[in-house]
Design a protein around this ligand. Structure first.
Ligand SMILES: [Zn+2]
Length: 188
């Protein structure tokens, strides 16, 4: 942060430094948001909010029919990710072998070469798959709120508790699914 004292390149006003290459030669795009002039990386604490703002602004030119269709597609895709999560349960072991339920189907793990390691690996894989699916659903719901906000601004739907709750980030699959379904209902 005191690089300028030691003859390094002059820093930008906000002291932004590229997290990818440590360069301070960055162009500020928005508060706490930059593009690195050395390596091209774009990021910063404000990057996600800046992207959302641009997405939201672009929606102003969309028709109500387009927005409705887009929001429904976003919400349905997010819900699909959660349906996949519900089928992913952790493996269980028995005296004769290890089995895992994958998307509702019980599969034998390892066959004749069954080992605790393969069972554990599968459990870790399933946990990772679950986490990825929940994250996908949460980001899908977040993306849908931008579309729904536009419909609110155009006076098509009302801003109620459903949309307010949808903005609250969460990682519980049941809560996420309820919020997604409430939004779909609100959309009509
Ligand atoms: Zn960089």
């Amino acid at each position: 942060m005191f690089g300028w004292l030691f003859g390094k390149k002059a820093q930008n006003n906000d002291g932004l430094v590229c997290v990818a290459c440590d360069s301070a030669d960055v162009t500020e795009l928005a508060p706490q948001t930059y593009r690195c002039n050395e390596c091209g990386y774009e990021g910063g604490d404000g990057f996600a909010a800046w992207q959302d703002m641009k997405t939201r602004a672009a929606y102003d030119d969309w028709s109500v029919a387009q927005l409705r269709e887009h929001a429904a597609a976003q919400l349905n895709e997010a819900r699909s990710a959660l349906v996949a999560v519900e089928g992913l349960t952790t493996p269980s072991t028995s005296s004769t072998g290890a089995f895992a339920e994958f998307a509702g189907v019980t599969v034998s793990v390892g066959g004749n070469n069954l080992s605790g390691q393969s069972d554990r690996d599968l459990a870790l894989q399933i946990a990772a798959d679950r986490q990825a699916a929940v994250a996908k659903a949460a980001s899908g719901l977040h993306a849908a709120t931008l579309t729904l906000d536009t419909l609110v601004d155009k006076g098509v739907i009302e801003l109620g508790a459903v949309l307010t709750n949808a903005r609250i980030a969460g990682d519980d699959p049941g809560t996420l699914r309820l919020r997604i379904e409430n939004c779909l209902h609100q959309l009509g």
